[in-house]
Design a protein around this ligand. Structure first.
Ligand code: FES
Ligand SMILES: [Fe+2]
Length: 386
């Protein structure tokens, strides 16, 4: 029988969408390189000390030099692979614990090989320990993970980051800040779509002062494409929660606007403005390994700066939310162990679909060199009940 292979492939690649059926989704858990990632909270990294961290399954040793500048090296000596975190650090150079090779912590360049005799002329400065661009920004040490180099590379100076690490937008000189972390035993993809999922609120985050299953109602939100992501446009947030009612009263503002952006690979920013008061947060879901991620929330605000206890209450509420999400994903991980089919439905899961489409479009653009084709064509209104 004649078999037209070409058209068969086309059909597989472009299945006719059946709009009333949920869309099956394969989760690839692919971790994107070429981006900045949060590694460790800045206040836990002290001068002249070494710390271990893992990003995208890459073992890192992180520290601060004697001036306080942070650095990140691959946690494996280029000689015979000894973890560098077991070495000695004098605030400038890191000495491997096995044969004493010394490396500059900022660019990884080898400074000394103690076993060389005076007439052995090995070019020590051509040897590098893997080193990563590293920056301190808004309470975190960020590390830039470049695209993997060609096989056999390893004698080269570190890659440069094309731009600075993401920053939290602030709207006044004085503000308070706090951070929260939670580790989740799920892939980066589940971590991210869990973060942008609007339908779980009434079930996972139930509380008398927030919302209950009985307060579920229809929501309509406007979204628009932004470079590498999408934005939930400024609007007055759900009025069915006590904190927002309180905020409107306190700020004496007619309107409260919130904007929520998601951009690849993993950044969610939220800005709330009410008159001269504002709250801004930057949340990231960081891939530790294929099956583990970590959520880091940093919030900055000028609200309630002078009212005692309020920042503590805010922190408590935030921590509770993150813990509820963490616990949910821990339970979800049990179900995911057996590789179930998953589905995404409209409109509540549309942001999740966009996330997967953005990721695919980003990878395609990298492969072809052609500018990314944005999966969100223009402004769109989504509706769901939550
Ligand atoms: S393994 Fe590091 S110096 Fe030999
Ligand atoms: Fe949540």
């Amino acid at each position: 029988m004649f078999f037209n292979q070409q058209s068969e492939i086309e059909i597989l690649k472009f299945p006719m969408p059946d709009l009333d059926l949920p869309q099956r989704q394969a989760i690839d858990a692919l971790m994107l390189t070429g981006f900045w990632y949060r590694a460790l909270p800045a206040d836990r990294v002290h001068r002249n000390q070494l710390y271990k961290a893992t990003l995208l399954e890459i073992p890192l040793v992180i520290g601060r030099d004697r001036l306080g500048h942070p650095f990140a090296l691959r946690d494996a000596c280029p000689h015979r692979g000894m973890p560098l975190n077991c070495g000695r650090f004098d605030g400038e150079n890191l000495e491997c614990g096995y044969h004493g090779w010394q490396f500059d912590v900022h660019d990884g360049q080898c400074q000394l090989i103690p076993s060389l005799t005076a007439d052995q002329h090995l070019k020590v400065d051509r040897i590098y320990a893997g080193s990563y661009p590293c920056e301190e920004q808004d309470s975190f040490i960020w590390v830039f993970i470049p695209d993997p180099g060609p096989p056999g590379a390893g004698f080269s100076a570190p890659a440069e980051a094309p731009e600075a690490a993401p920053q939290i937008e602030k709207f006044s000189a004085k503000y308070k800040s706090a951070y929260l972390q939670a580790e989740m035993p799920v892939s980066i993809d589940h971590g991210i779509i869990g973060l942008m999922d609007p339908a779980h609120g009434p079930f996972v985050h139930q509380a008398w002062w927030w919302r209950t299953q009985h307060s579920i109602h229809k929501k309509k939100k406007n979204f628009e494409p932004i470079p590498n992501g999408f934005r939930m446009s400024a609007h007055t947030p759900s009025s069915n929660s006590a904190p927002y009612k309180l905020l409107r009263l306190y700020a004496d503002a007619d309107s409260i606007t919130t904007t929520i952006d998601f951009v690849l690979p993993n950044v969610r920013t939220e800005t709330i403005r009410a008159g001269k008061y504002w709250f801004s947060s930057l949340t990231t879901v960081t891939p530790i390994s294929r099956s583990h991620c970590r959520i880091d929330v940093v919030a900055v605000w000028n609200l309630f700066r002078w009212v005692p206890f309020v920042p503590d209450v805010l922190k408590f509420v935030f921590a509770k939310f993150v813990e509820q999400d963490r616990r949910t994903m821990e339970l979800q991980a049990e179900g995911l162990q057996h590789n179930p089919h998953l589905m995404l439905i409209d409109d509540a899961d549309r942001p999740a679909k966009w996330y997967f489409q953005l990721k695919a479009a980003h990878l395609e653009s990298k492969r072809t060199g052609v500018p990314m084709k944005h999966p969100v064509a223009g402004p769109v209104t989504l509706q769901w009940r939550s």
